[in-house]
Structure formats: structure tokens, C-alpha cells
Design a protein around this ligand. Structure first.
Ligand SMILES: [Zn+2]
Length: 333
């Protein structure tokens, strides 16, 4: 039987009807002293989607679905799915939540472990946020939420918010990966505040697709770089394929050559229509050897080394589309 939440009944009332107590978002400003620079960020940590989702997987009580759909996390995921044209229901939060709960089936224990890490060690000392801020302009302030959700990608960002997928296998048995991915996604939030992402639906020509490649290379490459120092200190480079690849010089040389081949063939096509072959470049750049993550990090790292971090930050926030040409000018390739 399908229950629905009566009009005017709050999410919390509906969820306490299920025997659960409200779990409030946690504000960063309350986790640090008033003299800490982090105190001036308006950043919330909200695990309710994962928590209520886990409760639903345990109970099977369908009243949880509309309640989940009413959470701010669902608004964030629906907006992300529409912006990046994800293969999920995009007509309503409710249809999206139904799909995400389907995808989370069988992941209950992993979700509970991720929730415990998110509410515990991740927030016990939130100074890891400075890793993301170190690659953003000094005047940047967070004004959004990091959600813990389930069933959607691994982690995504759409300024001013970001989310991590508690049900993703990458985090299973390695909860600290949630912290590294939080750095990555929060860096995206910052960069997008200065340079909004192009929309997939607006890609009409090969030049538009090339611009998307340039933007994504700056976005992903710098976010990977922002996570590098702490992973290296923690001995956690091998726990993520992107960082394992970055440590393999020969593999990265091959990756860079492949990246530049793809880049140049797209550039040669100029104002030709963005056909299937052109759009397939996006797929090859973001999966497999994940060229715009890995080659992007290599480019960003080299620019930082040659020109300094302030120059890299100015470049990615003001003209992310020039990261590739700046790198090529340095290495003359
Ligand atoms: Zn990313």
C-alpha cells in the first residue's frame, strides 16, 4: 500500500510518525571557535537524506519517499541531474528519490558506516576544508550545504551545494575517502561560484564541446590537485585510481598525449555541429583513464610550480578555459 504525506504535514512530522527523531544539519560555524577563519563560512553538513534513506531501506515504509523528496538534498540532486543531463528521472523529486532508493538497495550497512563517519570523524576536526580553500580566492565564502545522500554518482557539486553518496562502493571499508571527496566537491562549489559550468544542452558546435573540455579540465584537475597533499601525507594515494595514475610518469605521458590528440582534433572541427563523435569525447575524457581529471591535475600542478598558486587560482576562477593553453605554453607541446 502506498501512503502519502497529507498537505501541511511537515517532513519531520511524517518521519517522527515513522518512529524516527529529527536529525538536524550541523553548521560549520558551530564546530570551530569564533576566531577561526572557518567560522565565517556559512556551510552546513546535512546527512538526513542518507539517514532517512537508510531507515527506509530497513523498514520498507513507503511514507519515507515523499518525505525524502521534500528534503533540500533532493532539490540539489534534481537541479544537478537537470544541469548535467544525468540518466535519472528528472520530472520530479519523488521519481528521482524512488530511483535513488532502488539504486541503494542492498547498501544499508555501507550507508550506516558512511553516516557514522560523516557525523563523527569528518566533523570532529573540520580543518580539512582548508584544503579546498587553499585553491580558491582568499575572499571566497561557502554559503551552502554538503549533503550525504545515497544512490547518485559518487560525489557531485552544483554551487552553492555539494553531496557525497553514502552508498557508493568506493567508500566501503575506507570511510576516510569521504573526507578526500568532500575536499574535491567543495573545491568545485568554490570554483563554480566564480565560473559557472556550461550546460550540456547548450553544446551546439565542436567549439562549444571544446570549451566544455577546457572548463572541466580546470574544474576537475584543480579539485584533484587540492586533495593531493593530504592524501600524500596520509599515505592514501593508492586508495584512489586518479592519484595512483598520477604517480605513474609513463602512464601520465601516454594520457597527456591522448588528451592533446582529442583536444586538437576537436579544435580543428571548430564550428562544425556537435555531433555524436564530438560528444563522445566528453565520455572518453571523464571515464576510463579519466583524462580531464588526471591530465588536468598534471597541468594545474605544473602551472602552480611555474607561476605560483595565486596565478593558478586567478586562472581557474577568471578564465578556466585558458588552463590548457597556459600549460601548453609552458611545456611547448
Ligand atoms: Zn569532480
Amino acid at each position: 500500500m502506498r501512503f502519502s504525506v497529507a498537505c501541511g504535514v511537515s517532513i519531520f512530522a511524517a518521519l517522527s510518525a515513522l518512529g524516527q527523531s529529527p536529525r538536524e544539519p550541523i553548521a560549520l560555524s558551530g564546530l570551530v571557535s569564533s576566531t577561526d577563519p572557518l567560522h565565517h563560512h556559512d556551510l552546513q553538513f546535512d546527512a538526513r537524506f542518507a539517514e532517512f534513506g537508510a531507515d527506509y531501506l530497513e523498514s520498507g515504509d513507503r511514507r519515507a519517499i515523499p518525505a525524502l523528496a521534500g528534503l533540500p538534498a533532493s532539490r540539489h540532486l534534481l537541479a544537478h541531474a537537470r544541469q548535467f543531463n544525468y540518466d535519472v528521472p528528472k520530472n520530479s523529486s519523488r521519481a528521482l528519490v524512488d530511483e535513488l532508493m532502488d539504486r541503494s538497495t542492498g547498501r544499508l550497512a555501507a550507508m550506516r558506516a558512511a553516516i557514522a563517519y560523516f557525523r563523527g570523524p569528518l566533523l570532529d576536526d573540520p580543518h580539512w576544508i582548508n584544503d579546498a580553500l587553499a585553491y580558491l580566492p582568499a575572499d571566497f565564502r561557502f554559503q551552502g550545504t554538503l549533503f550525504l545522500i545515497s544512490g547518485y554518482d559518487i560525489g557531485v557539486a552544483l554551487s552553492p551545494d555539494a553531496s557525497l553518496n553514502a552508498a557508493h562502493r568506493h567508500f566501503e571499508g575506507r570511510p576516510r575517502e569521504l573526507l578526500y571527496y568532500a575536499v574535491h566537491e567543495l573545491h568545485h562549489v568554490g570554483l563554480m561560484a566564480y565560473a559557472p559550468p556550461p550546460r550540456i544542452d547548450d553544446l551546439k558546435t565542436c567549439a562549444d564541446v571544446l570549451h566544455m573540455v577546457e572548463y572541466s579540465t580546470a574544474l576537475e584537475g584543480t579539485a584533484v590537485l587540492a586533495g593531493l597533499a593530504r592524501r600524500a601525507r596520509d599515505g592514501a594515494l593508492a586508495d584512489d585510481d586518479d592519484y595512483a595514475a598520477l604517480g605513474d610518469a609513463a602512464r601520465m605521458q601516454r594520457n597527456e598525449a591522448r588528451y592533446l590528440r582529442e583536444f586538437d582534433s576537436l579544435r580543428r572541427r571548430g564550428i562544425e555541429p556537435a555531433d555524436e563523435a564530438a560528444l563522445a569525447v566528453l565520455e572518453r575524457m571523464s571515464s576510463g583513464e579519466r583524462l580531464w581529471y588526471r591530465v588536468g591535475a598534471r597541468m594545474a600542478e605544473r602551472i602552480e610550480r611555474e607561476q605560483g598558486r595565486p596565478a593558478l587560482i586567478a586562472l581557474i576562477t577568471e578564465k578556466p578555459g585558458t588552463l590548457v593553453s597556459t600549460y601548453r605554453n609552458i611545456v611547448r607541446r
